[in-house]
Design a protein around this ligand. Structure first.
Ligand SMILES: [Zn+2]
Length: 128
């Protein structure tokens, strides 16, 4: 498969994701049974989510669907990470501004203190 076919096939992903018996979009999972290790399948999204009732929907994912889904998953993960990096970057920028503000404050305080010291010295000299 070439790169161009990979990048152009991302839009049809939602349509190939079936609905489970609860009328929810089935989730893509991997089986971890001994007989079918790491086999991709669709299942009820409520399965394994304690308290929520779930149906017995189950469907193996065929090779082509699997490729599309895995690609979509990776794309989503990349987007998530990209957002994370973006958030962190913004956080760092905020902190930088905060640090600069503090530096400014400290500088001002030091200037004031220097001034006070001078005053004090003068007063001391006067008192002599
Ligand atoms: Zn269901």
């Amino acid at each position: 498969m070439s790169l161009s076919t990979l990048s152009s096939s991302s839009s049809g992903i939602r349509t190939c994701q079936p609905l489970c018996f609860c009328d929810l979009q089935a989730t893509f999972r991997y089986s971890n049974t001994l007989r079918n290790p790491r086999q991709p399948f669709f299942g009820c999204p409520n399965y394994n989510t304690k308290r929520l009732p779930y149906c017995k929907f189950f469907k193996w994912v065929d090779g082509d669907q699997y490729m599309k889904l895995e690609l979509q998953e990776r794309k989503n993960e990349l987007l998530r990470k990209e957002k994370e990096v973006d958030d962190r970057f913004r956080d760092i920028e905020k902190r930088e501004i905060e640090i600069r503000k503090r530096e400014d404050e400290i500088e001002k305080r030091e200037m004031v203190q220097d001034g006070q010291d001078e005053e004090f010295l003068k007063e001391g000299v006067d008192a002599l």
